[in-house]
Design a protein around this ligand. Structure first.
Ligand SMILES: [Zn+2]
Length: 215
């Protein structure tokens, strides 16, 4: 009732071009440009530990603005808009093994403390719950890492090595896992997380990111 009233007085607008839309999220034209599942084919170094990697949207325009608003200004209303992207992930779940444990990429402890939440968990948790897929933060960051974007691949790998660990008591032996992150840039973070899970005995590790720069 309240949301119907709000929609009447403040009709929802596309989060990218501001056109009036019927439902929250993006207008059909922006959705076509920004959203759509892509399985990474050029896996490079990721292929060593990851069986498959999917990205659901382009990290630009309204998608980038919403993620930034959520992370840096704690604009929690951005969550509903960002979750509209997850519809593109339905086809990914169909390709994955039925018994799957989803694992968010952890934030550095200091950042999690400042922000008060892990945006990846906040975005994806209701979606995994709706699909009956457990979503457990079994990875932790053991130390801060430097920003990776200006580093070479070798420097990134060195910087990330040993920065993640399984939480005490987590058992991934023989399991199929799905790593989950908000943004994929180089894939170095996902690769290092996958390495830790594979060392822990995971059978297959897949990854899904809400948005990516290399699409
Ligand atoms: Zn639009």
């Amino acid at each position: 009732m309240l949301s119907a009233l709000l929609d009447f007085f403040f009709p929802p607008r596309c989060r990218s071009c501001r056109a009036c839309v019927e439902h929250r999220g993006f207008c059909p034209a922006c959705a076509r440009q920004l959203i759509g599942t892509r399985r990474m084919t050029e896996m490079g170094a990721m292929a060593e530990h990851l069986t498959g990697v999917w990205v659901l949207a382009h990290y630009r325009a309204g998608v980038r603005d919403l993620l930034r608003a959520l992370k840096y200004r704690r604009k929690m209303t951005a969550l509903d808009d960002l979750r509209t992207i997850l519809a593109a992930g339905e086809e990914v779940l169909e390709e994955l093994p039925p018994s799957l444990l989803a694992v968010p990429v952890p934030l550095a402890p200091q950042r999690q403390k400042e922000r008060g939440f892990n945006q990846t968990e906040a975005i994806f948790a209701p979606w995994f719950a709706a699909h009956g897929i457990p979503f457990e933060p079994i990875l932790i960051r053991t130390r801060e890492t430097m920003p990776l974007y200006e580093m070479t691949r070798t420097e990134r790998r060195r910087e990330l090595r040993g920065a993640f660990a399984l939480v005490r008591g987590a058992d991934v032996q023989g399991k199929d896992l799905l790593l989950v992150d908000d943004i994929m840039t180089t894939g170095a973070t996902l690769t290092e997380c996958a390495r830790v899970l594979r060392v822990g005995g995971a059978r297959h590790v897949y990854a899904i990111a809400l948005a990516g720069e290399h699409r």
